[in-house]
Design a protein around this ligand. Structure first.
Ligand SMILES: C[S@@+](CC[C@H](N)C(=O)[O-])C[C@H]1O[C@@H](n2cnc3c(N)ncnc32)[C@H](O)[C@@H]1O
Length: 390
């Protein structure tokens, strides 16, 4: 049973659709835990002994490419990915009129007092228009008019199936874990203005307002239909958030007007030049003493060759063309090059999975702990964050 969709925006699956969604979730859980563990064991027993010393993720990929267990894993994962969207798409298409009605009602009444500012003249970046990222039909930006929420609904409902419970009951475990960690690590830091870049439907934006109720919390994205959904979602939940359609490389806010620039699962969907442009823009936006903080995939430096290969799978088979080049970067060096002081990184245990005491313990530790749980959407996940101070 799939629970992780905002109740006020929940669409009604048919019994067949409900069964299909549950099946796809369980299939993904099987692929990402027991089958992935079998693949690693077969690699260690059958492939690793003949790899040259110093082999990296690319060499592991070459060596594994023809192995039957990798072919099974890959074919099953590609199929499961397409099944994620197929399992929710008919429900989203059918529910469009009802979603538009709920959007109008919530956006007119604005019970939480949040806002939505769209820019119909915005030029969408090529990384969004040129590819259906993670094989999501229509990608983030499909927009069929002023009351279209379908891309947002497809994303939230698809993510609920995809995450198989590992991103928390409300799909915001990253935001909850990171805010919990930051409050313990830097209790003196009280941001008055928070900006979440590439916020999609605002899953990880919302926990910032819960953690810092006095702050003005904003979510920014280029995709209008996702932002309409984000606005309706926040208003339905009753949390005041402010959403803005803009490009993270050119944010229409003044210099030094933000205390915390955050993003989650955003940078690996950008070309390297855009990652650097986003860091430069974050530096401009932050006031002195402000913080840039990103949740992302861990860099290769923190993983062994096999785990690097395992994460890079999405680059080659899941329509994530910037994944590998992003993971080859050193986030700390990039943060420093953008002008930030005291770059840092950390691995934060999932709050939902490991509990608050484990997050508090991580807040006392230095650096990121190398682990095959880092950034891997399977049981016991640890989230990788990095950042720097302005
Ligand atoms: C993987 S999603 C982010 C998910 C979201 N942060 C969350 O935690 O659910 C990536 C998002 O980045 C947005 N995006 C891509 N390029 C962008 C850019 N240059 N500026 C702003 N948003 C962008 C996409 O529209 C998409 O919503």
């Amino acid at each position: 049973m799939i629970h992780a969709v905002t109740p006020a925006l929940r669409l009604q699956p048919t019994p067949d659709e409900r069964a299909r969604q549950t099946f796809v979730s369980q299939l993904r859980a099987h692929l990402l835990d027991p089958l992935a563990a079998t693949m690693k064991a077969r690699f260690q027993a059958e492939v690793a002994p003949s790899l040259p010393a110093g082999a990296g993720p690319r060499e592991v990929h070459e060596a594994m490419r023809g192995h039957p267990v990798f072919r099974l894993y890959s074919a099953a994962r590609v199929t499961a990915q397409d099944m994620v969207w197929a399992a929710v798409r008919p429900m989203v298409e059918r529910g469009q009129v009802e979603l538009a009605r709920r959007f109008h009602e919530l956006a007119t009444r604005r019970p939480a007092g949040g806002t939505l500012r769209l820019d119909s003249d915005l030029r969408l970046p090529d990384n969004v228009t040129a590819v259906d990222v993670h094989r999501m039909p229509g990608n983030y930006h499909l927009d069929r008019g002023a009351d279209d929420l379908a891309a947002g609904a497809l994303y939230e409902n698809g993510l609920a199936v995809f995450a198989a419970g590992l991103m928390g009951e409300t799909l915001d475990d990253i935001g909850r874990s990171v805010t919990c960690w930051l409050k313990r690590r830097h209790p003196e830091f009280a941001p008055a203005v928070v900006l979440d870049l590439g916020c999609a439907v605002g899953h990880q934006t919302l926990p910032w307002k819960l953690a810092y109720p006095e702050a003005r919390v904003m979510g920014l994205d280029v995709a209008a239909a996702g932002l309409r959904y984000a606005h309706a979602r926040a208003e339905a939940i009753g949390v005041e958030l402010h959403f803005l359609q803009a490009d993270a490389r050119r944010v229409p806010l003044p210099d030094g007007s933000v205390d915390l620039v955050f993003s989650a699962m955003f940078l690996h969907e950008l070309p390297v030049a855009d990652v650097r442009a986003v860091f430069a823009e974050a530096f401009r936006l932050l006031r002195p003493g402000g913080l840039m903080l990103h949740y992302e995939l861990p860099p290769n430096r923190l993983l062994d060759a096999y785990d690097g290969f395992y994460l890079d799978w999405d680059n080659d088979y899941n329509s994530e063309p910037f994944y590998r080049a992003y993971r080859d970067l050193d986030p700390l060096a990039e943060t420093q090059a953008a002008g930030f002081a005291a770059p840092f990184e950390a691995s934060i245990p999932s709050l939902g999975w490991h509990g608050e005491a484990a997050v508090a313990e991580a807040a006392r530790a230095q650096g990121a702990e190398a682990s095959d749980r880092l950034g891997r959407l399977s049981q016991g996940i640890h989230w990788y964050v990095f950042g720097g101070w302005r």
